[in-house]
Design a binder for this molecule. Structure first.
Ligand code: ZN
Length: 208
């Protein structure tokens, strides 16, 4: 895997997910970041997550990788060079507490192993992307599925917004938001990350 430079994540980018957490549908993209130390590739191994901080939720997301430096007017189709399926692991109870206090989300979103990635596949273009769904299978059962057609802010909007405010370049990746159906994981869960009909990442959960 090419080294990842910055990890951006989009919050509340699917209407049904915003509603399931009783959040308002945003008027402009909500961005946050994770440290690169949070990254872990799902290659069939056990992934250790906190077992002492309340519920750990999976959020299954399509992840885009930027292949070249951003310039105004550049199309998302030219800038993206790879896609993966990722899990934005979230300490939901911690996040709810942070939200109430008005504190930053880092403790809920940026912990070790909170940014899971499948392998990257070549970006087929936005229109082709709309023909394939991404999904999470937990212990043999599909628990989440999404399609970028349902995103509130599309790739171009997310890219322009991110680049103009924070900068965007080669080897930055963006978790583009989770569809509805987020839920808790338990010790021993087996997870498979699916793109189209293909499993492109796997891991086993170890809570400790
Ligand atoms: Zn997320």
């Amino acid at each position: 895997m090419r080294p990842v430079k910055n990890i951006y994540c989009v919050g509340r980018n699917y209407v049904l997910h915003a509603k399931e957490l009783k959040n308002q549908v945003p008027e402009s993209p909500i961005l946050f970041t994770k440290p690169t130390h949070a990254l872990v590739k799902a290659e069939g191994q056990a992934i250790i997550l906190p077992g002492d901080s309340g519920s750990v939720h999976y959020e299954t997301e399509l992840v885009i990788r930027i292949g070249r430096s951003y310039k105004k007017g550049k199309k998302a189709d030219e800038l993206i060079d790879g896609i993966a399926v990722g899990i934005d692991f979230t300490l939901r109870d911690v996040q709810n507490e942070l939200k109430q206090k008005g504190y930053p989300w880092l403790s809920a979103k940026g912990f070790l192993n909170s940014a899971v990635l499948s392998r990257f596949v070549d970006f087929p273009g936005i229109e082709e992307c709309k023909k394939i769904s991404f999904a999470l299978i937990k212990n043999g059962e599909q628990v989440q599925a999404g399609n970028i057609k349902d995103m509130i802010f599309d790739f171009q909007t997310i890219i322009d917004f991110t680049a103009n405010r924070f900068g965007l370049g080669r080897n930055d990746i963006i978790y583009t938001g989770t569809p509805q159906g987020v839920g808790p994981i338990s010790d021993g869960d087996n997870l498979s990350l699916v793109l189209g009909k293909e499993v492109i990442g796997r891991c086993k959960i170890k809570l400790s």
